[in-house]
Design a protein around this ligand. Structure first.
Ligand code: ZN
Length: 233
């Protein structure tokens, strides 16, 4: 599967994007990472990125020469457009249509478009993101059809042949843990538990079996349930 083509992974420092980074390192000769800073309340997730990248280099020596530079783009405009719990001190709640108020409208469309612009500059053909519609969160920009349509749009608009990969699209959270184990064994699973972050409230004081977090927000609930299902399988 390894060719000489390069990939750019949308890498937030969360469990899903870290798993995608390992997936890309397993497949592509050269892998770069991209994080977005748009004034998230939880800068902790961005801080996790460095620890995960360094940890991955210890998991598999073959990944070391493949892991290229890390990029960060500031998207302050996205924070300005958001009235949500990610960027303001508001409580997590479900709003109209069942979308959590953490939703930033069209966020993944913008992320992938900026990623494609960077990938063009860096001569990287493959874009990898952790979008998933299996543990359905209600985010329409995570749907498979949305990603496929965006791939066509980007290729037309930039006159390229980008390939958008979403390895988690049809995996639930338990299967995502199992994927990590298949890629990097229990060492990778342990790295993801300790160094990735999901909690909406940014809590990193308490280490649970499934990782750090408040234990009660929707993101912690999803992560804990997925971990328990993975451990029971
Ligand atoms: Zn939490």
């Amino acid at each position: 599967m390894i060719g000489d083509e390069g990939a750019l992974v949308l890498f937030s420092g969360g469990q899903d994007s870290a798993t995608c980074l390992a997936w890309a390192l397993d497949r592509f000769a050269h892998v770069e990472t991209l994080g977005f800073d748009y004034g998230q309340r939880h800068v902790v997730e961005l801080a996790c990125r460095k620890a995960v990248r360094e940890g991955l280099a210890r998991i598999d020596a073959g990944w070391v020469p493949r892991l290229g530079p890390d990029h960060t783009l500031e998207l302050a405009a996205l924070g300005q457009l958001s009235e949500t719990a990610l960027t303001r001190d508001a409580a997590i709640s479900l709003g109209d249509g069942g979308l959590p108020n953490t939703f930033v409208p069209g966020r993944n469309l913008l992320f992938l478009t900026f990623a494609a612009a960077l990938a063009m500059r860096r001569d990287l053909r493959h874009l990898v993101g952790g979008m998933c519609e299996t543990d359905y969160s209600g985010y329409p920009d995570c749907r498979d059809d949305t990603i496929k349509a965006l791939q066509v749009t980007l290729n037309l608009g930039m006159d390229r042949r980008f390939v958008l990969h979403t390895p988690l699209m049809w995996r639930d959270k338990a299967q995502t843990w199992a994927l990590a184990e298949s890629l990097g064994g229990t060492g990778l699973v342990d790295l993801l538990v300790r160094e990735t972050h999901s909690c909406y409230l940014g809590v990193r004081e308490t280490l649970h079996s499934w990782g750090y977090g408040c234990g009660t927000c929707p993101a912690c609930e999803l992560r804990r349930r997925g971990w328990e299902a993975y451990r029971a399988s």
